[in-house]
Design a protein around this ligand. Sequence first.
Ligand code: XMP
Length: 333
Amino acid sequence: MPSNIRPDDMERITTPELAEAFINEQIEEIRAQVGDKKVLLALSGGVDSSVVAALLIKAIGKQLICVHVNHGLMRKNESENVIEVFKNQLDANLIYVDATDRFLDLLAGVSEPERKRKIIGKEFIEVFADEARKLEGVEFLAQGTIYPDILESIKAAEGKKAVKSHHNVGGLPEDLSFELVEPIKLLFKDEVRVVGEALGLPHGMVYRQPFPGPGLGVRCLGAITRDRLAALREADAILREEFDNNGLCEKVWQYFVVIPDIKSVGVKDESRYEGWPAIIRAVNTKDAMSATIEEIPYAILHKITDRITHEVEGINRVLYDLTPKPIGTIEWE
Ligand code: XMP
């Protein structure tokens, strides 16, 4: 098994040619490691797990079993997109689990952010483990571990305290023990993207902005309700569409909508209209440790405000968050 330490002389993957060489090398290694056995992968639709899936499909085809768990906290059309790309276009062996009710029932009434994270992380493992137990002959588990994850584990082992528990997926239960397949564990994010493009994954998937494991769960502030979550999903889709239409997607590192659990008074059709505010956050950063605010042109903010307040049921105000990190973290929870 390759070492967890990136050799000093390892060339950075910056071109399609270098990516191609990496892919061919990994295909050989994956085949040598797994032989004719089955491999399981939790496919979230994020860049890392998507690149690992595409790499394994190339290496071992249907011996890879992908499980996509929809926890009900995905952005609009995200699970549909995973199915379209992996099942329909790449012909992957993909199991889709809609676990929305399981997650939302457990989260009902829970308002403390770290508790929400723990519930989502734990339930994710349980849903995934339930699927794994139904399968036979799986000996390997593929993971989209990348080099910063390894560096972070080293830091954690040295006792540095984190502000939030970002690590969503802990270990699997003891009755499920697999050998790990981690083909991109020595790569940095920019290299993963170059490899993803070389594998033919859609540009939007490869350059997808970071999205936290607990998903919209940490953007629907406080106790999650289905109506507020639905409003958040629609408002976020409008924001992303407008950023896309105005060429901001490539320029801004992370942009999203947050909906707090408060209502204010508004007026609609000459009647009182109480609704939630949608808070827009758009930040730039290199490493997520600190972040600055993107200066979005007012005309674009007006358009987004107009669309969200007219198109999304339950929202009557739009606010723009001007807080850098520090003092605010990127996510509100
Ligand atoms: P914060 O809010 O800590 O976010 O400034 C820094 C980056 O991490 C993402 N984030 C998470 N990612 N699980 C994740 O996988 C989480 O629980 C989580 N919380 C925050 C956040 O979106 C930002 O990119």
